[in-house]
Design a protein around this ligand. Structure first.
Ligand code: SF4
Ligand code: SF4
Length: 236
């Protein structure tokens, strides 16, 4: 993102909108710290600048474009056709049947506005869970940024890019849940941001959700349907 200094009046309103805290006003002009900017576009889209001083570049060079792909929900990742950070319908699995019984879908949401993260931190997580034997979702943007998918290794040229957040998506056989959780526990201390772990499983015909008991047994009690998406599923 750029600021047209000729238009900026130095009012400072945009600094409060920036989720990366990348904007400061120096000598009555807004200045963007490019190393911190997520390229999320919030400053421009919010309309907070009455002077219209924000100018989003028509196209960002690689690998800076990774910031926009993972931080601006309006940016489409052309290579995968996905807008936003993850693929659709993980959370409506009982309608779409994306994951059959016995297979768990896992979505790790890494980073948040105001915290952010780096691709390097994300790469530490992907490498750790890969060791546990997972299958990464091929259409997910993070998977696309891997140079070695089975190893969960990200391309080295993207590692220094800072993003608002990213979703790591993979599947694992139910029997591999303990390995995955151990891997996540092991890497958590090496990641300097917050993350959550969502586990998607098929509800059985008797309405039971076996993974809940397994999570309890493994020391990670979870709440069923902790996130409910209404209206996104397709009729089957
Ligand atoms: S809101 Fe616009 S005019 Fe005000 S400091 Fe930011 S860029 Fe400058
Ligand atoms: S694009 Fe996003 S991160 Fe960058 S200056 Fe604007 S609001 Fe801040």
């Amino acid at each position: 993102m750029r600021v047209n200094a000729d238009l900026c009046t130095g009012c400072g309103l945009c600094a409060r909108q920036c989720p990366a805290r990348a904007i400061t006003v120096v000598a009555r002009k807004a200045t963007i710290d490019e190393s911190q900017c997520f390229e999320c576009g919030v400053c421009e889209r919010s309309g907070v600048c009455r002077s219209g001083a924000f100018e989003a570049p028509a196209e960002l060079p690689w690998p800076r474009s990774v910031r926009s792909i993972l931080s601006n929900p309006l940016t489409e990742f052309k290579e995968t056709g996905v807008t936003g950070r993850g693929t659709e319908e993980m959370k409506t699995n009982d309608v779409t049947g994306r994951f059959p019984a016995g297979i768990l879908g896992v979505a790790m949401d890494v980073g948040r506005p105001n915290a952010g993260t780096t691709m390097r931190a994300i790469g530490k997580i992907t490498a750790a869970v890969a060791q546990a034997g997972v299958d990464f979702e091929p259409k997910n943007p993070v998977t696309f940024l891997m140079e070695d998918v089975p190893a969960g290794r990200l391309r080295p040229d993207v590692l220094d890019e800072r993003v608002m957040s990213a979703v790591i998506e993979f599947t694992v056989d139910e029997s591999g849940l303990a390995r995955v959780l151990d891997a996540i526990r092991g890497v958590a201390g090496q990641v300097d941001t917050v993350f959550s772990v969502g586990i998607i499983s098929r509800v059985r015909d008797d309405w039971s959700i076996p993974v809940l008991a397994e999570l309890e047994r493994l020391g990670h009690p979870a709440r069923a349907e902790s996130k409910v998406n209404v209206g996104l599923g397709r009729r089957c």
